[in-house]
Ligand binder design. Structure first.
Ligand SMILES: [Zn+2]
Length: 385
């Protein structure tokens, strides 16, 4: 009997869609949810199990025996049809998780699909409405203490505000269209609460400000994340009415390409190497004393090879080589870094090289100008004034 089932399962896996995980797309399905009628990978099967058997009943496709009725369900539904049911109305701005995306996104996607039926009902989820408010735990600017702060999002005036006291003016008003939001757990896993968002924006002084916020409920934090994405999408759709929606979706939010500790020298060969937290955020290579600092100690704009930016192994002439070193050449200065292993150095060099290979866009040029203006301002030497 078991053999008979195994043969049918193998046949079912040949049907288009069934060999890719119904939730994350991984081409390595090992399990089936026989009540939902879908095939999933090992990672997603764990999440299905955590939902409880009243939502999803999981079996291993080779090691478990399937009843005829369970096989029939898998035959009748399958991955392709299930998407038409459970992903019928996914909002365009919703970030559908891919392999290696933050775990919280995958968990909440699976819960939204099968537990909350967020995409198969007739109501659009609340985070698409352009308005959101609630309390989030926010890290203090100068310390590691978190306090509840009221946040309000209002797409109509493109603002995200937070209040220290509800009856007072907001402590800060951020323009949604100009900020980025990412899950801080990607690289700072052991340093932050598991549901932490990192919100980054350019402060009036042209320095990037980082806010860290979390909520104990992962659903709430993912809803905030998607509400920011939705507001950004609507803003872009008005600004670029003829653009393809799929092109605009690529512009909503971005994750950091790489983060971690490196040793960095100052501008003079006699300067010591100091441990810094580095973040490669699109075209900004920022360095911090502490990973959770609100402001970077410095920000290096990474242009393209056309503007003579490059990354090379080793250090600039006269500088001490601390081992596993590499340098970033910009038209203004050479920055020397030392990693703790050859592997880590190669990872950093690869990611920086990818940025250098990419030609500059108009918004990249604007960012470069702002960072340079900031440098002049801090040198007390504003050109033209
Ligand atoms: Zn999966």
């Amino acid at each position: 009997m078991a053999y008979q089932n195994e043969k049918i399962i193998l046949e079912l896996l040949k049907i288009e869609g069934n060999s890719e995980c119904a939730d994350c797309g991984r081409k390595d399905v090992e399990y089936a949810s026989y009540n939902l009628g879908v095939f999933v990978c090992a990672t997603c099967s764990q999440i299905h199990r955590s939902l409880g058997t009243h939502i999803s009943k999981i079996k291993h496709i080779n090691l478990d025996y399937f009843e005829d009725s369970q096989i029939k369900n898998l035959m009748d539904i399958g991955n392709k049809k299930s998407k038409l049911i459970y992903e019928k109305r996914i909002p365009a701005c919703y970030r559908i998780p891919k392999i290696n995306d933050p775990q919280i996104l995958l968990e909440q996607f699976i819960r939204a699909k099968y537990e909350r039926r967020e995409f198969s009902g007739n109501q659009m989820p609340s985070y698409t409405s352009g308005k959101m408010e609630g309390f989030l735990m926010k890290k203090g600017k100068d310390d590691n203490k978190y306090f509840p702060r009221k946040f309000t999002l209002n797409e109509a005036d493109d603002t995200l505000r937070y209040f220290v006291r509800e009856d007072r003016n907001p402590k800060a008003v951020l323009r949604i269209s100009e900020l980025n939001v990412t899950f801080a757990t990607q690289f700072k896993k052991d340093l932050v609460h598991k549901n932490t968002l990192q919100i980054s924006y350019l402060s009036p002084s042209n320095s990037t400000r980082h806010l860290f916020v979390y909520h104990d409920d992962p659903e709430v934090i993912v809803n905030w994340y998607n509400s920011i994405r939705c507001s950004k999408l609507h803003y872009l759709q008005i600004a670029y009415p003829h653009a393809n929606e799929s092109d605009l979706i690529g512009l909503l939010t971005h994750d950091f390409a790489k983060e971690g500790y490196l040793m960095k020298t100052g501008p003079r060969p006699s300067d010591a190497y100091r441990r810094r937290w580095l973040t490669l955020d699109d075209r900004k290579l920022s360095y911090f004393i502490d990973p959770l600092d609100s402001f970077p100690k410095g920000e290096i704009f990474i242009g393209s090879s056309n503007e003579h930016y490059s990354v090379r192994p080793g250090v600039a002439e006269d500088f001490r080589d601390e081992g596993f070193t590499f340098s970033v050449f910009t038209p203004e200065r050479i920055y020397n870094f030392s990693a703790s292993s050859a592997e880590l150095r190669n990872e950093w060099m690869n990611e920086i090289q990818k940025v250098i290979n990419r030609p500059l866009s108009t918004s990249d040029i604007a960012l470069c100008a702002r960072l340079i203006r900031k440098r002049y301002a801090t040198m007390n030497f504003l050109p033209g004034r």
